[in-house]
Design a protein around this ligand. Structure first.
Ligand SMILES: Cc1ncc(COP(=O)(O)O)c(C=O)c1O
Length: 343
């Protein structure tokens, strides 16, 4: 009854969303600041008649605004129910049954699950100079990477795309927190295989809305439209995301606050003997001093209502991924760490 590959599938495990109040929640890279007040305005005045009807299947108003924002042709923009859906549509559109999906290892762990859902091989690469197996038709590259926070220069990514024969999706979920991005590669008329993907979940503070999008060559975007559900982005999401796009100043201000807090927090951790990987994201990937075990510390912090993320395994298990919250939240975490070491 259940397909063989689904029976053995290990489902993706998202970060915990605690119901309890008072949790210092630094585990899923949400933005600690609220979305643009323009979003609240849209919700307040949202017409029920728009809910009676189906939403625009081609999300034209939002697509046009995103095209304008990124200097792209509207026909080269695709929008999904979160960038997770964009990724799953890419896996549907660009991979044959006997091909494989590649990504860096470690990277966003959903990529491996997407390959398993498609019942194709997943290939983990150490870096972009690793030889990629010829049957890899889709490469999912997070930049800045997750969970490490590491940033790769667009020139390195462009060189990789030139060598790579398949479709390269550059997952720029965290690009607004970084010094540069690959959007100009995606909109270049000579581009044949680069799709750049963004989300409203991080810099725009709209993780609950579920909107992500991508920009790329028209023939690839057309293929994505072919395999999407008819009404994949609901009417409320389209309208609220549009309001957020139009308020770039609000998003930029919040991003700047997070970046400043990130710098202060990294200094504070390093003073306490932690090893912190250089991050251009809204999180850091940090190894506690030798006397402390990352898994134990994760569990202990959780018991104190401070949630961070722990990824077991040989490449990630000695570190914690900590979302950058407000200064107050980071202080609460640092105080807890200090208490622990005094215990
Ligand atoms: C690298 C990366 N890509 C995509 C996503 C998913 O984003 P969305 O909320 O748009 O589905 C995440 C979420 O944490 C992420 O870390």
């Amino acid at each position: 009854m259940i397909a063989r590959h689904v029976r053995k599938l290990e489902a993706y495990v998202p970060g915990e969303q605690p119901r309890a109040r008072g949790v210092v929640k630094l585990n899923t890279n949400e933005n600690p600041y609220p979305p643009s007040p323009a979003c609240a305005g849209v919700l307040k005045h949202f017409s029920l008649d728009l809910l009676r009807r189906y939403p625009d299947p081609s999300f034209c108003a939002l697509r046009d605004a995103l095209a304008k924002l990124n200097d792209a042709d509207p026909d080269c923009v695709f929008i999904g129910n979160g960038s997770d859906e964009v990724l799953s549509i890419a896996a549907r559109a660009f991979v044959e049954d006997d091909e494989s999906i590649g990504s860096l290892d470690p990277s966003y762990s959903l990529y491996k699950t997407l390959a398993a859902i498609r019942d194709v091989k997943w290939i983990g690469a150490k870096n972009l100079s690793t030889r990629i197996a010829p049957k890899t038709s889709l490469f999912l590259l997070t930049n800045p990477n997750a969970p490490t926070g590491e940033f790769r220069e667009p020139s390195e990514i462009a060189a990789f795309a030139k060598r790579f024969r398949g479709v390269l999706v550059v997952d720029e979920a965290y690009a607004d927190f970084a010094r540069a991005n690959c959007m100009s590669l995606a909109v270049a008329p000579t581009n044949r295989n680069i799709i750049v993907m963004r989300t409203f979940s991080k810099s725009y503070s709209l993780a609950g809305l579920r909107v992500g999008y991508c920009v790329g060559p028209k023939n690839l975007i057309d293929a994505m439209y072919k395999v999407k559900d008819s009404y994949n982005v609901d009417a409320v999401a389209q309208a609220v995301a549009l309001a957020a796009v139009k308020d770039q100043a609000w998003m930029r201000t919040n991003v700047a606050k997070v970046v400043r807090t990130r710098a202060r927090f990294v200094t504070a951790l390093e003073k306490r003997g932690w090893n912190v990987m250089p991050s251009e994201s809204n999180f850091v990937f940090a190894r506690p001093p030798a006397r402390e075990n990352a898994a134990d510390l994760f569990a202990w912090l959780r018991s104190k209502n401070i949630f961070v993320r722990y990824f077991p395994g040989p490449k990630t298990g000695d570190r914690l991924r900590i979302t950058i919250g407000t200064d107050g939240q980071m202080k609460a975490l640092l105080n807890a760490i200090d208490d622990r070491f005094c215990e």
